[in-house]
Design a protein around this ligand. Structure first.
Ligand SMILES: [Zn+2]
Ligand SMILES: [Zn+2]
Length: 818
């Protein structure tokens, strides 16, 4: 039908027309200084790859854009900025692969992204676009580093770091997935000793955790909150000192299970533990040395694998279990790591799997200290029993019979009282390593002077520009490519003027993205990172939508920086994102789109064929936005047919000059129901539900041949978040002179959302006894059945014979009984 419609719409023409108008009129640019109802709608800015945005990116951006447009229709001044996360290893690796300098690649990639983002019809505030590679941006990334340095939140430390031999750089712990590089899932991460810059995020662990429960500060997707909580990894336990036999001091251990202290039958030190040489007996020395040498050759990853064959060696030393007073042997084994806890453990083989395997292998004592209620205290231990719930303590002196959970706290209190230990809260999170031995990032603004030591670059000298060197390829030395350029790194010391040396590492790309939301409202200011007044008006971000793959890294770093900037007096708030929602993923042929699977779909051809509006509508109709959906291009014609039908309806409206068309009550009800449903679905990001409701409303109108202008206008407004160009065009055809986004989102009346019912009074033998509510136009038989189910009526007819019924249509039902 739409094919023969002479007014059938032409998406290419309409979309070009409205994109030009929006740009010309500044439709998408809120007044950043005077907006009365600011709403900061943020989406995670893309890294501008050479391939361009794929369908998965478009899905995320369109879902975020639909929300921004919805809020705008609700009367908010919506600020929806976009930018480019163009520094970092992704860009650099691609440049290396292509043999092109990243500074040459990035501008064309950005231009392509910008073209795609415009073509899809995003409500972007292009006046405030930013790129992290722009010196006008990274000047402030460096400034931020200096603020942290001056506040003692940035420090340099020599230590073991994760090194990816493929990336040829250091990785943050967050970038190591089960011992493998996040970017190179087949490459094992090695440990290297290097000097690195860190931020003190671990100091903020308790605060980062506490805010997760504070709904007044943050309303975030549950999945994201859980991921952050796990990453912070709070555990409660105790540090316990085991005094060594002889005059050798004590071994300190950290355990989350002090309730099992009586079951500690031996101890294990990490081979690197500094006490090992000191406590090793002469008879054992050769064996211990050999074992340590052997372990030194292993990588940490394989040591962390839990179920491998246990190895170890006895040191000859003994320690005293502070609870039992018994002498227990001290062993060395590679399953204990120096970087976790204290590098020493109390082994409780009955209630820890690895200790159990170790005890089995080396014939060490196993003492049960937890038993199920009623179980014998000497019941054999066939495998480690690690649960606490339902267990009571046995073989544990004064605590026998106490539930394990309760004994835990009591034993900590006893240890503290005896001076043998103390309760400790620990976090899994480590400080954030921010230095990278790579080229494509902002140089860390520090200078090392032989006389003054480390000197921060004075703020007036920022930015420290990244020099345009040709040999930017990293090597295995662990030294940044910038360290090959004397002409760049030798500078006079800012303090004493002596020849000094610049820091040659650059900062982690996650630092660029940890504060970009602060820059967007203030891109026009070149004398400050973010303007106080603009920040007060627009921040914290009202709604942030992004992928859950950034649930831990990016969001945690952003939160940490906001806390530091808050404490330093730069920000009034300390949580950057008021609401965060994680979007789902688009899959193709059952798996996530990725280049390695070869199932990446580029949206351009679809947009060229169907138009951006149809494509947007199609993406949002694929499934619940927070869950994602399956990309099947065969179903894209459905949304297009829907738009064609709306187009026809608007055409009918245009042709009707008479006002006050009679609207069937059922359509009025449908309209109110739809407004309610769509509004609620938009708030919940259930876009597929919203679109389905709009389709139903359209069908109800077509079924009753209704083209009432007010309802058509409501339909067009509700469609606008999904199909903005199309809705603009319809809006204009319906006689409007302003953008559809200055229209008001329709409202509904609850009473009109109810089904179209009529009330019929029911008489029994001429006396009114009750009433029934039935759909308007119900058959007489249905009304009688309903009346006989009515409690008030039934009392007078039960057990009697219905002689006759008199129905006055729409008015009255009289039942005659005897
Ligand atoms: Zn790697
Ligand atoms: Zn100096």
């Amino acid at each position: 039908m739409s094919d023969s419609n002479p007014f059938r719409y032409d998406p290419q023409a309409i979309e070009a027309k409205w994109q030009a108008r929006w740009a010309e009129a500044g439709t998408n640019e809120p007044d950043l200084d005077r907006a009365a109802r600011p709403f900061y709608n943020l989406m995670m800015f893309p890294y501008p790859s050479a391939e361009g945005l794929h369908v998965g990116n478009m899905f995320a951006f369109t879902g975020s854009d639909a929300f921004g447009r919805f809020k705008r229709l609700q009367g908010f001044d919506v600020f929806e900025p976009i930018g480019f996360d163009a520094f970092g290893i992704h860009s650099e690796n691609y440049a290396l692969k292509m043999g092109v300098h990243p500074a040459e690649l990035i501008p064309s990639n950005i231009a392509n992204f910008r073209r795609q983002l415009t073509r899809i019809g995003g409500m972007f505030s292009w006046r405030n676009v930013l790129s992290t590679t722009d010196p006008a941006y990274y000047k402030w990334t460096q400034w931020l580093f200096l603020q942290l340095y001056k506040a003692g939140k940035a420090y340099r430390k020599y230590g073991t770091v994760n090194w990816c031999p493929e990336c040829k750089t250091v990785l943050a712990n967050e970038q190591v997935i089960n011992g493998f590089c996040e970017r190179h899932p087949d490459t094992k991460v090695e440990q290297r000793a290097l000097e690195q810059w860190y931020f003190r995020i671990a100091e903020y662990a308790d605060r980062l955790l506490a805010d997760l429960d504070d709904r007044t500060k943050m309303d975030w997707s549950d999945t994201t909150v859980t991921a952050q909580r796990n990453w912070l990894g709070r555990s409660e336990g105790a540090e316990i000192d085991f005094v060594l036999e002889g005059d050798c001091g004590a071994i300190r251990v950290y355990t989350t299970r002090p309730d099992t202290l009586y079951g500690a039958t031996f101890m294990v030190l990490a081979p690197e533990h500094p006490l090992v040489p000191q406590i090793t007996g002469e008879a054992q020395r050769a064996a211990v040395e050999a074992y340590r040498a052997q372990v030194a050759k292993q990588d940490l990853v394989s040591r962390k694998v839990g179920d491998k064959e246990k190895t170890g060696v006895f040191t000859g030393a003994h320690a005293i279990n502070p609870a039992t007073g018994q002498k227990i042997p001290v062993w060395v084994a590679d399953y204990v790591l120096m970087d976790y806890g204290t590098g020493a453990i109390m082994a409780v083989p009955a209630h820890d799997e690895r200790d159990f395997d170790f005890a089995r292998k080396f014939g060490l004592a196993v003492t049960r200290v937890l038993a199920r209620e009623g179980e014998a205290s000497d019941a054999p231990v066939a495998a480690a029993e690690t649960d606490t719930d339902g267990y009571v303590l046995v073989n544990s002196g004064p605590w026998n019979g106490r539930p394990a959970r309760e004994a835990l706290g009591a034993i900590i209190a006893w240890l503290e009282q005896e001076g043998n230990g103390k309760g400790v809260v620990r976090y899994r999170i480590y400080d954030w390593c921010i230095s990278r031995q790579r080229y494509w990032g902002p140089p860390i603004p520090m200078i090392y002077c032989p006389a003054c030591g480390p000197v921060p670059v004075p703020e007036k000298d920022l930015p420290v520009l990244l020099p345009p060197i040709e040999d930017f390829r990293p090597d295995d030395s662990g030294i940044s490519p910038l360290a090959r350029h004397e002409e760049w790194y030798f500078v006079p010391c800012p303090t004493c003027g002596q020849r000094a040396r610049r820091e040659t590492d650059v900062s982690d790309t996650f630092l660029d993205s940890a504060w970009y939301y602060l820059r967007y409202p203030s891109t026009g200011f070149d004398d400050r990172a973010f303007d106080a007044e603009r920040t007060r008006r627009w921040c914290p971000v009202t709604m942030y939508i992004g992928g859950n793959e950034h649930a831990v890294l990016h969001l945690l770093y952003s939160r940490f920086l906001a806390m530091v900037l808050h404490d330093l007096g730069h920000l009034a708030f300390d949580e950057p994102f008021r609401t965060f929602r994680a979007h789902g993923l688009i899959v193709k042929d059952g798996s996530k789109m990725s280049k390695s699977r070869g199932n990446v779909v580029i949206p351009d051809e679809y947009i060229a064929r169907w138009g951006a509006d149809t494509f947007r509508l199609y993406l949002m109709f694929l499934g619940p936005f927070q869950e994602g959906g399956d990309f099947r291009d065969s179903s894209i014609s459905g949304p297009r047919r829907f738009l064609d039908k709306v187009w026809d309806l608007v055409s009918q409206c245009e042709n009707v000059t008479l006002a006050g068309q009679e609207v069937q009550h059922s359509v009025v009800v449908k309209r109110h129901q739809t407004v309610k449903k769509v509004t609620e679905a938009m708030e919940a990001l259930s876009y597929n539900t919203a679109i389905a409701a709009l389709m139903e409303l359209l069908n109800a109108m077509r079924d009753t041949n209704c083209s009432e202008r007010h309802i058509v206008k409501d339909l067009v407004v509700m469609l606008a978040p999904f199909a903005p160009h199309f809705s603009e065009e319809c809006w204009e055809r319906l006689g409007a002179r302003t953008t559809v986004f200055s229209a008001a989102w329709p409202t509904w009346e609850e009473r009109l959302t109810l089904e179209d019912l009529m009330e019929i009074p029911v008489q029994v033998n001429g006396k009114t006894r009750g009433k029934v509510r039935v759909p308007r136009g119900a058959e007489e038989a249905a009304i009688v059945t309903a009346a006989l189910h009515e409690e008030a009526v039934r009392r007078f007819v039960d057990g009697k014979e219905l002689k006759k019924q008199i129905y006055v249509p729409g008015r009255l039902l009289n039942l005659v009984v005897a």
